[in-house]
Design a protein around this ligand. Structure first.
Ligand code: ADP
Ligand code: MG
Length: 313
């Protein structure tokens, strides 16, 4: 009887994971870690590897909350959020518009710039143009306008005579629109928002050629320094900008902003690269590390997300 009452009272959380984006594997890892954490807190869990039948699956399951742990399309770009609104299942992280804007890097930069947030310069170019000749003075960066996890990112250095020829491949999967930005030398920083508060700042020191997909997820690929060993006024400025970017894009719940800091230019050398509305949630991911540093253990962080879930975000 007692157990039955608890079972009836426990919130039923659908853990949305996997999907079909390039970041499927890390999403599955986030899903497993978060499901275990929620179970340890007494929640009822159903893990869902998201497919194109997700609306029907949710309508049949009728969970109290969806914990969205997808990255890329369709979990991070607003489309899954639209389905959750339509089927009426309260969900975590940002809503339809915030997700869609943050995902589209060129648009997000426009909105952030209008809000006074420092972002890199650069321009939008076609894949063909970027493959044919240098579209900016070297060194520069080429990246898909709407991918994540450094997928399809190229750093073109001074001594690279030609643009990356991978762009001409028939099996190129990352779209025909790219963002070209001047390469910002210096440090890689990241900071997160939880609700209305910015957490701490991590410096990411890559051990690989550049901070790419393997470096981010392979063990030992990068080292995290928390708190980032940077001057206090820069640290505080990163936190301020992270919260301002989250608000400018209309984000909700947890988000994480990525920065470059050209430390030769002082505080003027800070540039916000992007806001991630669906940051990684494995136990060793950046957001859980920042939350733990703020005194919030992983299971509490995941429970906070579930309790923060809503519709109309
Ligand atoms: N303008 C830039 N200058 C220097 N490095 C950059 C620049 N843009 C991207 N990078 C590098 O590429 C990585 C991925 O870029 P980012 O804009 O964060 O996209 P995503 O993480 O969605 O792939 C960054 O973490 C950074 O290491
Ligand atoms: Mg990034």
């Amino acid at each position: 009887m007692g157990v039955e009452i608890i079972r009836r009272m426990a919130k039923h959380v659908a853990v949305l994971m996997g999907g079909w984006s390039a970041e499927r594997e890390v999403s599955l890892r986030s899903g497993k870690a978060c499901a275990d954490a929620l179970e340890s807190k007494g929640y009822r869990i159903t893990k869902i590897d998201v497919g194109r039948d997700i609306a029907t699956v949710l309508q049949t399951l009728k969970p109290d909350v969806a914990l969205n742990l997808l990255h890329g399309h369709p979990g991070e770009d607003g489309t899954l959020q639209g389905i959750l609104e339509i089927v009426g299942v309260p969900y975590t992280h940002s809503g339809v518009l915030g997700s869609a804007m943050a995902m589209q890097k060129d648009l997000a930069k426009l909105v952030m710039r209008a809000a006074g947030i420092p972002v890199p310069g650069g321009k939008v170019v076609s894949r063909q143009a970027a493959a044919k000749s240098h579209v900016l003075e070297r060194p520069y960066v080429l990246k898909p306008v709407n991918e994540g996890s450094s997928v399809g990112v190229f750093i073109v250095k001074e001594d690279h005579q030609y643009p990356p020829q991978e762009l001409t491949r028939d099996d190129w999967e990352f779209g025909d629109v790219l963002l070209a930005e001047p390469f910002i030398a210096g440090k890689e920083l990241t900071c997160a928002v939880m609700g209305n508060t910015a957490l701490g700042v991590i410096e990411i020191v890559p051990t690989a050629r550049f901070y790419d997909y393997e470096a981010k997820y392979a063990p030992g690929g990068s080292t995290h320094l928390l708190p980032a060993p940077i001057p206090p006024h820069v640290y505080e400025e990163v936190r301020r900008i992270t919260l301002a970017a989250h608000r400018a894009l209309g984000c909700r719940g947890v988000s994480r902003a990525d920065f470059r800091w050209d430390d030769s230019k002082g505080i003027a050398g800070l540039a916000c690269l992007e806001v991630n509305t669906q940051p990684g949630m494995t136990e060793t991911s950046l957001v859980p590390e920042l939350a733990a540093h703020a005194g919030m253990p992983f299971p509490d962080l995941v429970a906070w997300m579930v309790e923060d879930a809503s519709l109309d975000r």
